[in-house]
Design a protein around this ligand. Sequence first.
Ligand code: ADE
Ligand code: ZN
Length: 319
Amino acid sequence: MDFDDYLRRVPKVELHCHFEGTVRPQTFAELAAKHGITLSGDDPARLYDYDSIYEFLKIFAQVSSTLIDREDFARTAFESIEDGVKLGNLVYREMFFNPTLHTKRGVPYATVVDGLIDGCRRAESELGVRCRLIADVYRQDSANEAADMVREVLEHRRDEVIGLGMDGAEAPDPPEKFIEAYRLAKQGGLRLTAHACEDAPAKNVTTCLDVLGCERLDHGYHVLGDPEVVARVRDDAIVFTTCPTATAICYFTDDLTEHPIVTMAEQGLRLTLNSDDPPMFATDIGTEFAKMVPAAGWDRERVREICLTAVDAAWEIGR
Ligand code: ADE
Ligand code: ZN
């Protein structure tokens, strides 16, 4: 087996993947037709075309708006996991979803979560892959909306929903805005993570760890701007769930040899590789490994280390 095959086939645990960002363009178009929703273009493949997080988030919301019935959530959750298995030998995933992108449109939280769980259960029985769920605060929501979302998650407690995360555009909405949401989640027994230093300085990592109580962090690239924070996260063995392609498109250059992930690894930080919003950035979990590993010059031993870091940082493997 050549190195590219090995990278695509090595069994993968994925900790940073957004459900709404995994909807296939064809399914997006079919669901829009099913519900009589007009899309901003005819060619489904061209709907996923943007070069900033702000443009991306607009389409992300448009995709979300086509998910209405429990069956829509079940179908797309199953397809999302199936793509991970077929394209990258996914064996376990902890997947984000944004409750308020749906509840604000009038879709009940129970419809969202139970549809997702239907899809995950089908994937577990047909594909042998377990998927757990992480409810994400959407940073552009108000602090009260986020806290109410956490209350709703806890009121509709499901074993499959194991954590709280945070996404959306980072620069305008810093993590301390959501202290109350994180306090409630911790009190309710949810595990904690957050997108941090995707598009903001290193102090956001410190806030997520020390103020919000996060156990692992998503992205983390701008931690490199502060050597003291780098030393601290290295000493504390914090795991960063990095996403090469999506962030290369939204923030960095296409050339992955220049991605901050390379320097994070050189600095001894613990990291995992993930697909973020795979079809929305024309990638998949196999391709993320196949592109990032050669660009960084990593060998098989380093690939093993990255895969095992994900096993170690996962919250529900083996339970
Ligand atoms: N929502 C989906 N993917 C995201 C990302 N990479 N950053 C912020 N919000 C997101
Ligand atoms: Zn993300």
